[in-house]
Design a protein around this ligand. Structure first.
Ligand SMILES: Cc1cc2nc3c(=O)[nH]c(=O)nc-3n(C[C@H](O)[C@H](O)[C@H](O)COP(=O)(O)O)c2cc1C
Length: 182
């Protein structure tokens, strides 16, 4: 089974990356092959709809990973009550054919307090628009869940991200049992 983990922050120092990397670690422990794509590292051009964009190496990587994936773990920071523009730009290069009948788990890194819910709802809506089966469970990580290097260190936060990753692997196996790695 292959799961694409998308780190959805454009920043060099990113808490979202901390969530994505922990999710990837848990998935690997579950014997899942992880296809890791980080919009802050795998820099995409701005989506314009021009056919020549398909020749861009990073766009090719994005599309190849999404096509290969049996499920998705998508993370984003909350920026102004929505997902990051960089993540939305990446998703705009893809379409329903990459996501249809494939589950997604979503998690957000937000500013604390009651932040994060709007980005999660925004991401859920967009993934529904891409025909993904978005798991009902979801998670927001506050800044206190990370150490100074943006590694997810809070035990409760790690447990919640691990639960989400496990649910995603289980749901993906239910939908595509032939893809399970033994
Ligand atoms: C442009 C911008 C807008 C933000 N808007 C929000 C917001 O609406 N709600 C919130 O909870 N945090 C907001 N934040 C805080 C980020 O969500 C928080 O710092 C998060 O950990 C950033 O993740 P990153 O380091 O992976 O980019 C904003 C930060 C930036 C840079």
């Amino acid at each position: 089974m292959k799961i694409m983990v998308i780190a959805g922050s454009p920043t060099a120092e990113s808490r979202t990356r901390g969530v994505a990397q922990y999710a990837a670690e848990v998935l690997r422990e579950l014997n899942v092959e992880v296809l890791y794509f980080d919009v802050g590292i795998d820099r995409l051009p701005l989506f314009t709809g021009d056919a020549s964009e398909a020749d861009n190496e990073t766009v090719k990587k994005l599309a190849a990973y999404a096509e290969e994936a049996d499920g998705f773990f998508v993370t984003t920071p909350e920026y102004h009550s929505g997902m990051s523009g960089a993540l939305k730009n990446a998703l705009d290069f893809l379409g329903g054919k990459y996501f249809k009948n494939k589950p997604s788990a979503i998690a957000v890194a937000a500013g604390g307090g009651k932040g994060g819910m709007n980005a999660m709802t925004n991401l859920r809506t967009v993934l529904r628009g891409l025909y993904s089966l978005v798991l009902p469970d979801q998670y927001v990580a506050d800044p206190v869940a990370f150490d100074e290097g943006n590694v997810l260190t809070d035990e409760l936060a790690k447990t919640r991200v691990a639960e989400l990753a496990k649910q995603l692997a289980e749901m993906t196996a239910l939908i595509q049992p032939s893809k399970v790695n033994n």
